[in-house]
Design a binder for this molecule. Structure first.
Ligand SMILES: [Zn+2]
Ligand SMILES: [Zn+2]
Length: 384
């Protein structure tokens, strides 16, 4: 996920009351903990190494999950290296990971949707206040008191939340998701961030059969966008700077591939798109893509370039075009996305690695040397 929109007030919410807090629960109850194996980073330059962390014993509404797979998201790397320090400084030690697939091992007495043995998943969020207009609308990702899966204040144990590079996690039932049993679990892990990040804006802006959809950038996010747009029945055009990605784009579901450096190829598509998803995090000419939108067309950013983007007003005015952003999705929508993936057999293309290769994987991620997402096999943590 791209956390550029995160409000600083998130970090002052450790005492916010929560609807899910067991009534009458004593403080003592929240402090029962157990040790769990994990991989953490001690500083921006230390890399990740084996450690033990504390998890809370499940409270009434908690689900305890043994983690089987955890995807590696680019935001794990940004957070581990404290590259987003201006708006979300990293607290060390950090245990990243928010693309979590596992099996339920224990549930609290008030949990109704899960039982031990069930498959379960956790994405980018583990809590919110449950009372604000965003929460009531099922948009927990925009709740001012939303708690991220890692590096957010942990109201149960103090300190910060620890993510999925661990043998287990304990999460409020509301933030636990169901995984369709037909999906490959390693390949399903990235659905929890890369999947919902690309599905949500397409859903919101009405991508359906017959629409013309562009995807800019064919990486972890972009490859999921191509799969979703194709599964939704759209005519999919992939924009890439590397002609050698053409074949792969078609394999993933693209109907056409445009090399964005080729001005003639770009011109052919001027004013013709209903929707374009831009998943590029490097600085680039956004106007070249806005000009490809038709009347009422929409371009949504899910990548987060460091520099502000220059958008001439007339590019938008002339055809009532929309230029927008999007960040993950709410819990109900994430479940809907997972169910859609189950029905349409959509998963990420993953390279499965043991946790011991995680530092190497980060270096490869920086070079885009992965097709298209790493998924950590958490069984590898047992030998630590
Ligand atoms: Zn992510
Ligand atoms: Zn809320």
């Amino acid at each position: 996920m791209y956390d550029g929109a995160i409000a600083p007030e998130w970090f002052g919410c450790t005492t916010t009351p929560h609807k899910n807090k067991p009534i009458g629960a004593s403080k003592h109850m929240h402090q029962l903990t157990y040790n769990a194996k994990a991989y953490s980073a001690a500083s921006p330059t230390s890399g990740l190494a084996s450690t033990k962390i504390q998890r809370r014993e499940p409270t009434d509404r908690d689900v305890q999950i043994e983690i089987l797979f955890c995807g590696i998201c680019h935001s794990d790397l940004h957070s581990v290296r404290n590259e987003w320090s201006e708006f979300m400084a990293t607290n060390y030690p950090i245990v990243p990971g928010h693309e979590i697939i596992g099996r339920v091992t224990k549930v609290g007495s008030a949990v109704t949707k899960y039982k031990p043995g069930d498959l379960a998943a956790v994405g980018c969020m583990v809590d919110s206040d449950g009372t604000c207009p965003q929460c009531k609308a099922g948009l927990e990702q925009f709740c001012p008191n939303m708690i991220l899966t890692f590096n957010s204040p942990d109201k149960h144990l103090g300190g910060v939340t620890y993510g999925g590079y661990s043998e287990g996690i304990v999460v409020d039932e509301h933030f636990v998701l169901r995984i369709p049993s037909n999906l490959n679990l390693a390949a399903a892990a990235p659905l929890l961030c890369a999947g919902i990040t690309t599905y949500s804006p397409m859903h919101h802006w009405g991508v359906t059969k017959g629409k013309k959809v562009g995807v800019v950038g064919l990486g972890g996010l972009g490859h999921m966008a191509v799969k979703f747009a194709h599964a939704l029945g759209a005519h999919v055009v992939v924009f890439t700077t590397s002609p050698n990605k053409k074949e792969d784009a078609v394999r993933l579901g693209a109907d056409e591939v445009v090399v964005s450096r080729n001005a003639d190829e770009m011109k052919k598509h001027a004013g013709s798109f209903d929707f374009i998803l831009d998943a590029v995090s490097a600085n680039h000419d956004i106007n070249a893509y806005i000009n490809l939108l038709g009347v009422n067309g929409n371009l949504t950013l899910v990548g987060a370039p460091a520099e502000p983007l220059a958008v001439p007003a007339f590019s938008l005015i002339g055809r009532r075009r929309n230029f927008s952003g999007s960040m993950i999705g709410g819990i109900a929508e994430t479940q809907e996305m997972l169910d859609f993936c189950g029905k349409n057999n959509v998963t990420a293309d993953v390279e499965v690695i043991p946790i011991q290769k995680v530092n190497e994987a980060y270096e490869r991620l920086l070079k885009s040397d992965v097709k298209y997402r790493f998924s950590i096999d958490m069984a590898s943590l047992k030998s630590e």
